[in-house]
Design a binder for this molecule. Structure first.
Ligand code: 5GP
Ligand code: SF4
Ligand code: MG
Length: 454
């Protein structure tokens, strides 16, 4: 999911800024979206299924009138795709009303659900966000800082949360720091966002990342930052670096485009190939392919032409639809590879559906050899923190070793980037690498809980 919040005392139209910000965060979720706004006295919310571009009319945006707003684009990992699960969610609490937007996924959802039931509340959605909202609203005491410091201690997993009250914005990042969250300034106010690309779009200036366990309060006279939860490390999701976030965003001081290019360079150092041409699987594989080509001194060529009007194929529900989706999305220029030794670089292999199709399409162009290079390690374990890398059984690398995958894909050679090089390019000491077989930073739910609540 993607979140954006803005508070700008001199304006009345920040819902529009939020709209454009959500546009730039669209890659983080295409299922539903929403904007909440306040003029200081009452909160209005507008939510819709589908893409930002078709979700709001000019008039609807004008009606979302006020100096502060909160927006969300949703990608579901827990909870079904439905309008009820669209965010921001609206909650009543002792002090009035708040709107809530969440990025991440809570691991101890069973426990939270029981706590919510024991308060006499029946949740009306299947999402973990609603549970957090009820627990915060019902256990509200004194102020947000005290409440969040107490209640968030009980949340295990990934949560970047942003609240909009009738007057203020509060943003919290979980103590593990799984999902990104940063803040910036805009005119006489401040903004928070999942990614910096949203700042560029509206012309806001980056100030800082919100650190694990920190809360930021933004109000009419400025902002304050408090460490409300004890930090558990900096387990920023490495998949944000590899695939999920936009390449033009900056995370922990690094432009993701550069990190991805570096993945490609390190991959070339680890697993070089003697070949005639390097091609990428656009768009996500392109920076790494360029890095790979430069380091190997093999020319890079655009071979797969992408249909711009097709969304992320991964999002589609069934295997069959995903397969069809790949053809719809990418079409190769056959002369460029005919008779050549080709290296194809992609950012990740998860289920293997895309990759197998890509290889099949490439062979139809009659190259001499195909070498597959993946600019991330083997995805062997499921993610419980908000990226839909599929359940364990669907993961190619959970049932096959590298030689079996090579055979399955039908390529002359196959190599993945090592975990060590992944960490080196990311540049933080312990990013989360759990889906690549490293330890999970938190406890993980039992199979039974996963089936029931995921
Ligand atoms: P596969 O070969 O496993 O079917 O798909 C790998 C491709 O899916 C890569 O090109 C990757 O960029 C793309 N992809 C699209 N959406 C997602 C997503 O939500 N998560 C991951 N991990 N990869 C995705
Ligand atoms: Fe990211 Fe993988 Fe960790 Fe999930 S398990 S948070 S996808 S690195
Ligand atoms: Mg891709």
């Amino acid at each position: 999911c993607g979140i954006f919040g803005i508070l700008c005392p001199s304006r009345k139209d920040v819902a529009k800024h939020t709209y454009f910000a959500l546009y730039s965060l669209q890659h983080r979720g295409q299922e539903s979206c929403g904007i909440a706004a306040t003029d200081g006295t009452s909160l209005m919310i507008q939510r819709s299924m589908g893409l930002v571009s078709s979700a709001f009319s000019e008039r609807e945006l004008q009606e979302l009138y006020g100096y502060a707003a909160l927006g969300h684009v949703r990608y579901s990992t827990t909870g079904r795709p439905s309008i009820e699960n669209a965010q921001p969610l609206k909650m009543r609490y002792k002090g009035g009303t708040f709107a809530l937007a969440h990025n991440g996924n809570i691991v101890n959802i069973k426990e939270l659900r029981e706590q919510v039931y024991s308060l006499g509340i029946s949740p009306y959605t299947s999402s973990d966000t609603e549970l957090m909202g009820h627990l915060i609203a019902r256990n509200f005491q004194d102020d947000f800082k005290t409440t969040l410091a107490n209640v968030c201690k009980g949340f295990i997993g990934a949560y970047s949360l942003v609240f909009l009250t009738e007057e203020e914005i509060y943003a919290v990042r979980d103590p593990w720091g799984f999902r990104p969250l940063c803040m910036g300034s805009y005119e006489d106010g401040f903004v928070v966002s999942s990614e910096t690309c949203a700042f560029d779009i509206i012309g806001a200036k980056f100030i800082r990342e919100i650190s694990p366990g920190e809360m930021v309060r933004i109000h009419r006279n400025g902002y304050e930052v408090d460490q409300i939860l004890e930090p558990q490390g900096n387990f920023l999701c490495s998949f944000e670096y590899i695939y999920f976030a936009r390449p033009d965003s900056v995370v922990m001081g690094k432009r993701l485009y550069e990190v991805r290019k570096r993945f490609g360079e390190l991959l070339a150092e680890e697993s070089p190939v003697d070949a005639d041409i390097v091609v990428s699987v656009p768009d996500s594989g392109t920076p790494a392919a360029i890095g790979f080509a430069q380091r190997c001194k093999i020319p890079f060529n655009e071979v797969f032409i992408k249909n711009r009007y097709v969304g992320r194929t991964f999002i589609q529900p069934t295997k069959e639809l995903r397969e069809r989706g790949v053809r719809l999305k990418l079409n190769p220029i056959s002369e460029l590879v005919r008779g050549k030794r080709v290296v194809v670089v992609d950012d990740s292999i998860v289920r293997g559906t895309t990759s197998k199709e890509i290889v099949k399409m490439l062979w139809e162009c009659e190259p001499k050899e195909i070498h597959f290079r993946v600019s991330s390690p083997m995805v062997s374990h499921p993610c419980f923190y908000g990226i839909d890398t599929a359940s364990r059984g669907e993961l190619l690398a959970s049932k096959m070793d590298i030689e079996q995958i090579r055979e399955f894909l039908g390529v002359n050679s196959l190599a993945y980037l090592s975990r060590k090089s992944t960490i080196e390019a990311i540049g933080i000491e312990y990013p989360c690498l759990a889906c690549f077989g490293a330890d999970y930073p938190t406890y993980i739910p039992s199979e039974e809980v996963r089936e029931k609540y995921a």
